[in-house]
Design a protein around this ligand. Sequence first.
Ligand code: PMP
Length: 357
Amino acid sequence: MKKHNFSSGPAILPQSVFAQAAEAIRELPGTGLSILEISHRSPAFTKILEEAIELPKVLLGLDDSYEVLYLTGGASSQFYMVPMNLLDQQDKAAYVDTGTWSTKAIKEAQLFGGVEILASSKADHFNHIPKNYSTPVGLKYLHLTSNNTIIGTQYKEWPKVDCPIVVDMSSDIFSRPMDLKPLGLIYAGAQKNLGPAGTTMVIVKKDLLGKVERAIPTMLNYQTHIDKKSSFNTPPVFPIYVAMLNLRWIQEQGGLVEMEKRNQRKAKLIYEMVDHYDIFRGSVRKEDRSIMNATFFLAKPELDDVFYQMCTEANISTIKGHRTVGGFRASMYNAMPYESVEVLADLMQKFAKKYAG
Ligand code: PMP
């Protein structure tokens, strides 16, 4: 029996996507060849890439002012590509520090221009999303991390600012409809809610580009990948194929409205357990809780191993919190079935009743 996979990433994808991906390794339908051996310039892959570029536009409702790119180097490479392409040395960008990933993005941006840390929840162990800060005028962009995979916080709405917002959506892209109008650039490592590790999606508003004075290496220039439709060099053919299958699945299931409905329902089940039983302690402020990564601690940490053992026996995989924070984390991306979340919720209830008091 397959395990209930609560991994934060690489993570669960729909079982039907795994089946089609496995089949395509044997033979990509209609080609007589494996997806792993076809040219990235073949008609078959050109069609796949076109669909992989089109589907995000349809699902997110993007107009033609945005371009969808499939790059490599992980979301971590976007920490430097964003400022390299958008921020000159004399310019200023603002960042909100909501945890490990924003902190890393800030460090890279400081190599390229002025960086103002507008707000940070560091003093509170990143247990909330900072709000109600004022933004200076003349910013090139404001950078946010929409879902903080490690700590388990998530933006419910964007701050109101008069500059474009750049968002690291690595762990909640395609999980819910969001107002995209204020956004100038979105990036996401694929390996959570989009596809396998190996490609990074960038969605960029074209009119933000071409404004910096520095020379940008060809491969690190967004314009290169726009002009060459993500095929300047050999793109990661297989991850793009699987991402396309997953995007098709999202569309067939009813799009982002349906994804959000399912994700809310799953997260509610776990947070109800966390709130109902004293043995569990939620890690972050309720209003900022992530519907993708639900994090909690045990009030009696000496029972951590017992809880973990019970999870293992129930076929629940990868439920430990990130090594830097401890506790537990249930990552419940789009493909996570409600039934798997019920298994975890039932187990939490049993555990709470047994070890109460
Ligand atoms: N940003 C966020 C929000 C993440 O969760 C991660 C990975 N866990 C990253 C960035 C880094 O992604 P990558 O490993 O693709 O560089």
